[in-house]
Design a protein around this ligand. Sequence first.
Ligand code: INI
Length: 172
Amino acid sequence: MRDATHRLPSEQHRASRPGELLGSHDGSALRIAVVCARFNDEITLRLLDGAYEALYRLNVSGDRRAVAWVPGAFELPLVARAFARSGKWDAVVCLGAVIRGETSHYDFVAGECARGIQDVQLDSGLPVVFGVLTTDNVEQAVERSGGRLGNKGDEAVVTAVEMANLLAEVRG
Ligand code: INI
């Protein structure tokens, strides 16, 4: 059985006590941009399916979302930054799959992608979510993209909505 720390964000306890702030999972007033890597697209298409499912479930309607494809995970931060700087979006979700078995430069691609995404998030002040799988093999990636361990694309959208709503509250 999974303990509380391993629950999907959408399953977590939603009640906040007086004085606590917790971003809601209502996406009906939000605009969300998604950037998806084509590399390993047998996995990233599954992540994107999960992302669409969550966008639908959290009421982010079709006219308030965009999806941009980039060649690989290394390119995610650049396009995420362009979305973040445009002023048109409340959050950006980055989707990718970096699989160790297939590359000797795994560490560079995965590391630079993570660092770049965090840089964009901190520079822009917008939630820029790391929906990138970094796994040892394809099987592990399948498990996390709609397999028995959930779908990281879905989780990334839930995180984006929660963080955008939380920041709106924190900023008053
Ligand atoms: N890009 C990925 O998204 N996943 C990978 O596993 C990967 N591998 O294996 O190399 C990968 N490489 C391409 C990289 O993201 C860039 O597109 C490329 O280096 C051009 O800048």
